[in-house]
Design a protein around this ligand. Structure first.
Ligand code: LLP
Length: 422
């Protein structure tokens, strides 16, 4: 269940009416429900509690400081993929000891900074990264705790751009090459490689691929131990999907059973890295209709949010539900319509071929399930400033990122010497 409900014909986020927020901050804006995030976090952590598994929030899904702090205060650690993400976690109060640093290409500078700050573990994805970590850790005189991300070659049955655990994907180390990496690590100074990690993809609605992946991790753990390597931790990745439309959301209990059956009795500490599952359904993008026009074949609802604010429909053909903020249950008009933005590209749409009620200039629309990979993937394309993010808690709301001004967006540009004087 989430906390987006209709009261007296008006969509509310927890106890706040969306038009009240629109009046206060203007449109478009992202709006998040604290209670929904916390419900999802508690469900995830609760399902795995008996196994002692710890939740590291994959903050790439939504890295607003207030979102990180909401989950951090509830007990989450963080899975990060850049030193910028480390800094955001620290600023939001998640201590370095609760940070796992992953990612396919960490630079030496990032590794050095992460080690100085004291992150819990660095997950490696190549021999080059292992050698770099050894050099960096040795030069600053510490032993780095590390994990190795393996590529289990499992089909996650999700969108091609967000599948990560096939041989043809850039992620992790082939299982066949894993033993040699551990042997190499044992001979290198400054690194203590004692963990395996796996992440097979994102937006999985079928949990069966995890069974295969975790079985391979289990076999690898036993093989490495037989070869004399100590493995004390397994990082099981994220990827559990949400219901954007008609999908059946994955069953946490079933997922926890797979974890227990496959890797629960190896004597390893366990961690998971969910992103979308915790925050996806907790957010909406609120946009206002600018114009409605009838095209040759369909109706176009032109709104003030665009592909630069939410790129998922354009990039992944992703479906996001669209509902009017006032009278969301009004009957749809005959024929389909596209919800599009003002950007000069045919790919600029938030929804296509939808049945929507009559809409007019000034009406508010909510684009659902936009809490994950929404604001974080936005850009200023067409010189459209970044839009605000608002967090709701009960009957209270606050702006947790204000609207960028055009002046701020331009401030990083500079004239070269030869144009400056003219
Ligand atoms: N761990 C690793 C190593 C990852 O690469 C990711 C996501 C996660 C955890 C969290 O996955 P989640 O639980 O959120 O599925 N921009 C795309 C999704 C990209 C996911 C990248 N990696 C989208 O909008 O669908």
């Amino acid at each position: 269940m989430d906390h987006f409900t209709t009261r007296s014909g008006v969509l509310h986020v927890e106890d706040v009416a969306i038009p009240a927020i629109a009046d206060a901050v203007g449109t478009p804006f992202y709006c998040y429900s604290s209670a929904t995030m916390l419900d999802r976090y508690n469900a995830y952590a609760g399902a795995l509690e008996a196994l002692g598994a710890k939740v590291y929030y994959a903050m790439k899904a939504n890295s607003n400081l207030a979102v990180i702090k909401t989950l951090g205060d509830a007990g989450a650690g963080a899975d990060v993929v850049s030193i910028g993400e480390v800094q955001r976690c620290l600023a939001a109060g998640i201590p370095a000891a609760r940070i796992l640093f992953a990612g396919v290409g960490k630079t030496r500078e990032e590794m050095a900074e992460a080690l100085r700050l004291g992150v819990y573990q660095i997950n490696l994805e190549s021999e080059g990264e292992l050698r770099a970590l050894s050099e960096v850790a040795t030069s600053i005189g510490i032993e780095a705790r590390a994990g190795l991300r393996v590529n289990p070659d499992v089909d996650a049955r999700t969108h091609a751009k967000i599948t990560t655990g096939r041989k043809e994907n850039k992620f992790g180390i082939d299982l066949d090459a894993t033993r040699a990496i551990f042997d190499l690590a044992a001979s290198l100074p400054g690194v203590s490689l004692r963990s395996l990690s796996v992440h097979i993809g994102s937006q999985l609605t079928d949990i069966e691929p995890y069974r295969e992946a975790y079985e391979r991790v289990r076999d690898m753990t036993l093989e490495l131990r037989a070869a004399g390597h100590e493995i004390d931790h397994l990082d099981l990745g994220g990827g559990l999907g949400i219901a954007y439309g008609a999908e059946t959301p994955p069953d946490l209990k079933g997922y926890a059973e797979i974890v227990r059956d496959k890797v629960g009795n190896l004597g390893c500490a366990l961690s998971v890295e969910p992103g979308r599952f915790l925050v996806g359904d907790a957010g909406i993008l609120v946009t206002r209709v600018i114009y409605v026009k009838q095209g040759g074949e369909k109706r176009f609802v032109i709104a003030d949010a665009a592909m630069n604010d939410l790129i998922r429909p354009t990039l992944y053909e992703a479906f996001h539900g669209v509902v009017p903020v006032v009278n969301p249950d009004a009957p749809a008009l005959d024929g389909v319509c596209d919800l599009v933005g003002p950007i000069c590209e045919s790919g600029d749409y938030l929804a296509q071929n939808r049945a929507l009620p009559a809409l007019g200039e000034g009406d508010l629309l909510a684009v659902r399930s936009a809490g994950a990979y929404g604001a974080v993937m936005s850009s200023t394309y067409n010189s459209r400033p970044l839009i605000p993010e608002v967090l709701v808690k009960g009957a209270d709301f606050d702006v947790v990122r204000r609207r960028q001004t055009v002046e701020e967006a331009m401030a990083l540009d500079a004239m070269p010497r030869w144009l400056a004087d003219g």
